[in-house]
Design a protein around this ligand. Sequence first.
Ligand code: ADP
Length: 264
Amino acid sequence: MYVAGVDVGSTATKAVILDENQQIVGRGLTHTGANVIKAAERAFAQARADSKSDDWEIGFIVGTGYGRYKVPFGNTQITEIGCHGKGAHYLFPETRTILDIGGQDTKAIKINAQGEVSDFCMNDKCAAGTGRFLEASASVIGLTLDEIGDVSMRSSHPLRITNMCTVFVESEILSHLGRGKKVEDVLRGVNNAIAGRSVALMRRVGLDDEITFTGGVSRNKGMVAAIEERLERKVNVSPDSQYIGAIGAALFAWERTQKKVGAS
Ligand code: ADP
């Protein structure tokens, strides 16, 4: 019996399929775009194809993320905060503080030893400090998301970026570049500005020894380095960091199937 989690984020939709031993057998990732239902279907179809199995049945599907009610094939919905906690605990059982930077919001989540959420706070009022902010910065410089991490790591004299508004930061970046400042120093300045806000958000829920960085922005190694520098310690990042919400949703789905088995 397989189970699935589908995390419909504002920017990206992720799907994960787990087998009966809670091992990941398939992943799907797609841009959410305007048609949220289609994005959920696309990510799920990708995860099914990725699992390379044609002889299986999905016992339970949990939808999460801002578009969780738009997963037409989902059996139930659970908030992304709960799913991130569960997913982070699965990958890093000792972690207690989670930083999730997604496309349009940033969350700091505190979990207990069972992976249950005990506190959280979030910034979803504007794009400041989110993936959207990084995308705007990359685009004004003329780089792709895949490139900005490596480029920022070459910085030796990071600049201080003062604007956290997506619109104003573009002109600040152009003004630095116009004065001959290096692209890597500008990007590292952007990363440092986001890191400062993110660490302040984490302090509001409390910083524990083991911190896990999740969400699509954790794929940016320049951001990981900026957060670690600000915290003066390493953070957990998994190659599956962008899937953590979907993994948590699939784990909740797995628990539901166990309850069904227990009840029958
Ligand atoms: P949400 O769940 O809010 O839709 P995600 O957690 O999936 O968002 O993160 C989306 C963000 O991840 C994008 O805005 C982008 O900034 C970032 N991102 C995605 N892929 C990459 C990549 N390869 N390198 C750097 N950043 C990335």
